[in-house]
Design a protein. Structure first.
Length: 257
């Protein structure tokens, strides 16, 4: 509904700019903002710090030491920080938003590009989800037998329509093989997480925010970041058990794998 997303605690990765920072601001501006927001970022003193300081009060907001989702020690430190703050209530919502790309065509794609982008876009969300599983399980248990939702316990993987094998969007505009392959793999990870964690009451969904970096041609996505964020947060408020292991876009439309 229009009452917005109501969730106790959220950890959002990749908050340093673009979609991550916009999502962070969007969460802070919800009618009923999260009790705890953990903003995982490279530069806690930068834009994220300012957004957290300027955000509506009183929400305990923390810039998180999760600077690098490809570094297990960084993830471990973040888990410790979150556990310290949320205790037995656990973590309700993990949004895996960290993403990178290297522009490429089939002719210019390299092993180095493929490895780098896959490490961040696919292995990063895997490692982060594995590490936060105990806290997500705690949240699912704390909320009891309630229906699956982002308010109870969920992992949202920020994916892309460019990872849809069936749609194969915007091939003429940008081939970006490494990015497409990493997002197709991320979508399979979402399905695997849903199959494995669903029985614990944890909802797992892929979401295309429509705002890809670098942007597609004009008219190929949301006009503004704000429009994208509004759509994504509205979608998250509506997801339920029937959405487990599925792929959606910022308009609230179901996407084919």
């Amino acid at each position: 509904g229009m009452e917005g997303l109501s969730v106790g605690s959220v950890l959002l990765t990749g908050c340093d700019g673009g979609l991550g920072l916009a999502l962070l601001k969007g969460l802070l501006e919800q009618p009923n903002p999260p009790r705890h927001i953990f903003a995982a970022c490279l530069d806690p003193q930068g834009k994220v710090g300012r957004a957290l300081v300027c955000g509506p009060q009183p929400v305990p907001k923390h810039s998180c030491p999760l600077a690098d989702v490809t570094d297990p020690n960084s993830i471990k430190a973040a888990v410790g920080k979150v556990r310290e703050e949320v205790g037995s209530a656990g973590l309700n919502l993990l949004i895996n938003n960290t993403s990178t790309t290297r522009p490429s065509t089939l002719a210019t794609e390299t092993a180095e590009n493929m490895s780098l982008v896959y490490t961040t876009n696919t292995i990063g969300p895997l490692q982060t989800s594995q590490a936060f599983l105990p806290l997500l399980k705690k949240a699912a248990e704390a909320e009891g037998q309630r229906e699956m939702s982002c308010s109870r316990a969920a992992i949202i993987n920020i994916s892309s329509i460019l990872g849809s094998i069936e749609v194969a969007e915007a091939w003429e505009e940008r081939q970006d093989i490494c990015y497409r392959c990493s997002k197709a793999a991320l979508n399979m990870l979402t399905k695997c997480l849903a199959l494995e964690y669903g029985s614990s009451g944890i909802l797992c969904v892929s979401v295309d925010p429509g705002h890809v970096t670098p942007p597609l041609e004009p008219g190929m996505g949301p006009v503004t970041l704000e429009e994208s964020v509004r759509g994504v947060l509205q979608l998250l408020a509506q997801l339920s058990a029937t959405s487990n292991g599925t792929f959606w876009d910022w308009r609230g439309q179901r996407l084919p794998w």
